[in-house]
Structures are given as C-alpha cells and as structure tokens.
Design a protein around this ligand. Structure first.
Ligand code: KG4
Ligand code: ZN
Length: 330
C-alpha cells in the first residue's frame, strides 16, 4: 500500500510516499527557515503563501524520487492540525485535490501523532505501551501510547514549548532562526562550564515550564560583564535537557511502559538524545534527526494506522489548529 502524504502545518513544505506504513520511498522537505530568518520567527501569512508556491513541485518530486506514478497510489494523507490555519489549509486542500482527481481515499492526520509515528519509519516497531515525549517548536507534550496505539495526554508545557525556548534564546543571543541547531552548536564552544541556570521541576506533575528559564537567560545576558554567549547557550541547553530527560525517564518508569519514544524537532538535539538514553530504564527510540523535524514521511506513517478513518475527499472537512493540550485529556 502506497500513501502520498503532505505536511504544511508550520514552516516546512513536505511530501512523501510511504509503503506499507513503514518504508520511506521518498521524503522531500523544503524548509522556509531562510524566509523566516529575516523576521526572526514565523509570520503565519508569509508561511502559508510560501507553501502555496512550492507545494506542487514538492509533490512531483516526491513521486519522482519514489519512482511512482499517480496510479501506484492507494491513499492520500495530509496534516489536519494542530498548526497555523492558513498553512494547514494549503496542504490539506492540495491533498484532497489529488485524492479527488484520482478517486482515492483521503486520510486527515494529527501532526503530533505524526511526530510520534516517525519512530516506526524504516525501523523495528517500538514495543507498546510507550511513553512519548514530543518536543517541537509549537509543542512539548508527554503522551501515553496504549497497546492499541491510541494517545492519552499526561501533561506538557504550561507556557513556552521547548523549541520555542530555543528560538527565543537564540534571538536573545543574537543568533539566527531556527534557534535549536545554532544554540546547540554554540554550546559546544563553551570552555567554562560552570554557569548554572534554573530548572522548573513543577514538583511531581507531568508538566513543563520554560518561560522562567528564558527570563533567566535574559537577565544573564544583561549582566555587565555578561558571560560569553557560548557559556549561556551551554547552560541553557543543559537546563532543558536535564528537565526533559529526568522527567521523561521518571514518568516512563512510573507508568510501567515498554519503551520511551522521543520525537519532534527538539529531539534532534544531541544533548537531549544523550541524556534521555543515559537516564531511561526502558528502551529509548528516537528517530534520526531528519525525521525529528517536520516532514511528510511521519504523516504517512500515522495515516497508515488510520486507514479506517479515511474519508471521501469531497466530504466536508475542517482543519483543527487547536493546540493539543486543549483537546486530549486523560
Ligand atoms: O518539529 P518541528 O520541525 O516543528 C514544529 O512542529 O514545531 O520543530 C521545530 C523546532 C524549532 O523550535 C527548532 O529550534 C527546534 O525544533 N530544533 C532544535 C534542534 N533542531 C531543531 N532544538 C534543539 N536542538 C536542535 N538540534
Ligand atoms: Zn512538528
């Protein structure tokens, strides 16, 4: 079974062809990072229009790379939320258009579930039940994946998402966008590793908070003299990695899960990958960095487990931009 999947929820325009729910036949991602670097962050309208400009060639490229033609497709999937409304509409409607023209079923996919399902791509499936830590630019969620594969939200950030904190700290340090990779790279250059920034543990809750840390970074860079930027970047990354890894490992143990899955753009972070692997008592699964950041392959993997939710492309449908935290409760 071949699924053509499309992702356009944020600032990556992506299309992929996934075979049998697991095998990546093609995976094309066009990042708008350069466009948004000018403004130091995403302007939703600008993102939506950029998706519109590049999506058709990206879909063609995904079919070409997969050595696939339209007749080889069995279903079409697209991210239906959460995300930027205008951006979501571009990918969703393009996917419905293809499905309608080819008489194929259409599968709407939840972006967060997509991130989690990246752990199934081109690899052995993780054992369930699992604890999933999804950390990206827009989300920091702790989810329990049951044996049946459904997701229940345990907790998440109360303010900034982990990636958002990286992006804002990058701006405070005068670095580019997206902040994660540049902050992480700069942290490697820190020679003095004694600066300590606060950690918000929030007691025994399953929640996170990163806004206090961001304010601490602001106060640190305003000191006179301020520590070198590399040391601030290092201390910030340590604080985020410490909290995420400790909480995830502890909650995985408490829930008695068979594996710990980490996903989302921030899961590409070297230090977070290292600390989670060090601290977890259950097997850890983290996709390769290129499948952590937004892509369509993960949307295809999630669509494959929801073929029963396929709809006729002409059926009425809406996007669901609502953040995850307000939708899924235990
Ligand atoms: O999953 P993603 O591509 O998009 C969303 O769904 O939000 O995540 C993007 C986020 C950005 O905030 C970016 O700064 C962060 O992931 N990120 C990283 C790294 N690579 C990307 N954060 C920390 N370390 C990295 N290596
Ligand atoms: Zn994402």
């Amino acid at each position: 079974m071949n699924i053509l999947a499309i992702e356009s929820s944020c600032d990556e325009t992506a299309a992929a062809v996934i075979a049998d729910g697991r095998r990546i036949r093609s995976n094309v991602v066009a990042s708008q990072a350069e466009l948004h670097a000018e403004t130091g962050g995403i302007v939703p309208e600008v993102a939506a229009r950029a998706h519109l400009q590049v999506l058709t060639p990206i879909i063609r490229q995904a079919l070409r790379d997969a050595e696939c033609n339209w007749d080889d497709l069995d279903a079409v999937a697209a991210t239906a939320g959460p995300g930027l409304p205008g951006a979501l509409l571009v990918g969703l409607n393009a996917a419905r258009g293809v499905a309608f023209a080819r008489g194929l079923p259409f599968i709407p996919v939840d972006h967060i579930e997509g991130h989690v399902r990246a752990n199934w791509l081109d690899s052995e499936p993780p054992p369930l039940p699992a604890l999933a830590l999804v950390v990206s630019g827009g989300h920091s969620e702790l989810l329990l994946m049951t044996e049946a594969g459904t997701l229940e939200r345990l907790g998440g950030t109360r303010d900034d998402a982990a990636g958002e904190a990286f992006d804002k700290v990058a701006r405070l340090l005068g670095l580019g966008y997206p902040g994660g990779p540049v902050v992480s790279q700069l942290a490697l250059e820190a020679t003095d590793r004694t600066l300590r920034l606060p950690r918000a543990w929030l007691g025994d809750t399953d929640d996170f908070s990163f806004s206090g840390l961001k304010t601490a970074v602001l106060h640190t860079v305003q000191q006179d003299p301020a520590p070198p930027a590399a040391e601030v970047a290092w201390a910030f990354e340590e604080s985020v990695a410490d909290v995420l890894s400790k909480k995830a490992a502890r909650i995985a143990e408490r829930e008695g899960v068979a594996s710990l899955l980490v996903a989302g753009g921030v899961a590409a972070n070297r230090r977070i990958r290292e600390l989670v692997r060090q601290r977890s008592r259950v097997p850890v699964f983290i996709p390769p960095p290129e499948l952590c950041t937004d892509n369509a392959a993960m949307i295809g993997a999630a669509a494959a487990v929801h073929t029963d939710q396929a709809i006729r492309p002409e059926a009425p449908i809406d996007i669901d931009p609502t953040p995850y935290r307000s939708k899924v409760r235990r």
